[in-house]
Design a protein around this ligand. Structure first.
Ligand code: AMP
Length: 269
């Protein structure tokens, strides 16, 4: 595996390759990331994984500082997977050029965008920069971050003529894998697993009870907060394609975000 830190070196290295699969990450490589890498490798394309903890997408300074980093371990995992390129740029290099700024409109300020002010603007900013550098035809992203996937499709897929390959969420003990899970105490992992199982059941029941069940969501939210001592930001059924509040006619998902041990967890079912 070639580890490349400068944009200049990366451009030199990949300029002749047409089908490159790009897997952007913030490191702390886990089975969720690995599933994206394998999806890229299955297409027989060379794969670039980036590891860049993007400061502009953190709306709290502490969250950025505490974000788990372990580049040595990550390199070991990626080498074993026979990834061709690891791109680990530094912040100065990524942000040195002028680039378009993204602003979300009111209708997109829902779910995480409502609670993490500026987060997706930061994600779009860095993805715009990374994709300008890498110019891959195939991008691999996880459904765990469903709203992120939705916004990247909306704002960037046309500009870069990129195919966005969305990959299913990988869970262990019902909990969606996330680099942030490393910050959870054992006790909270057990709670998170119970919460996830409960939400899976809510989704299942909604198939039969539809709107009736949706009207119970507020109660479920309060129950979860009380029973597990967590702060639930949102618990909402939304349309799978438009992310509009759901009418139970089209395909829909149950979206959740909550905080436990000061760690914010999200998932969708
Ligand atoms: P991150 O390193 O958390 O920024 O994630 C990098 C990419 O991996 C994003 O496209 C995520 O959606 C995806 N990802 C993270 N966790 C999972 C998971 N549990 N299952 C599938 N994809 C994931």
């Amino acid at each position: 595996m070639k580890i490349i830190t400068s944009i200049f070196d990366l451009n030199k290295e990949i300029k002749d390759y047409k089908n490159i699969g790009f897997v952007p990450t913030m490191g702390g490589i886990h089975a969720g990331h690995i599933s994206l890498i394998k999806a890229s490798q299955n297409k027989k394309s060379k794969t670039i994984v980036s590891i860049f903890v993007n400061p502009t997408q953190f709306n709290k300074g502490d969250d950025f500082k505490q974000y788990p980093r372990n580049i040595k371990k990550d390199i070991g995992i990626l080498e074993k997977l026979n990834v061709e390129y690891l791109f680990t740029p530094n912040t100065k290099d990524i942000y040195k050029s002028k680039a378009k700024k993204f602003n979300l409109k009111k209708k997109d300020k829902i779910l995480c965008a409502k609670y993490r002010i500026g987060h997706f603007e930061g994600v779009l900013n860095v993805m715009n920069r990374l994709m300008t550098i890498i110019k891959s035809k195939d991008l691999y992203m996880g459904e765990k971050d469903y709203q992120q996937l939705y916004l990247i499709k909306k704002f960037l897929s046309k500009k870069f003529k990129v195919r966005i390959n969305s990959c299913p969420t990988i869970r262990i003990n019902n909990i969606a894998l996330s680099t942030r899970n490393k910050l959870l105490k054992k006790r909270s992992i057990k709670k998170a697993s119970e919460i996830a199982l409960f939400l899976k059941k809510v989704k299942y029941k909604s198939k039969f009870e539809g709107t009736k069940l949706a009207s119970y969501l507020d109660n479920y939210k309060k129950k979860l907060e009380k029973k597990y001592h967590i702060k639930v930001d949102y618990l909402e059924f939304r349309d799978e394609k438009s992310l509009k509040l759901n009418n139970f006619k089209n395909k829909y998902r149950l979206f959740v975000a909550y905080e436990i041990d000061n760690v914010r967890l999200i998932d969708n079912y």
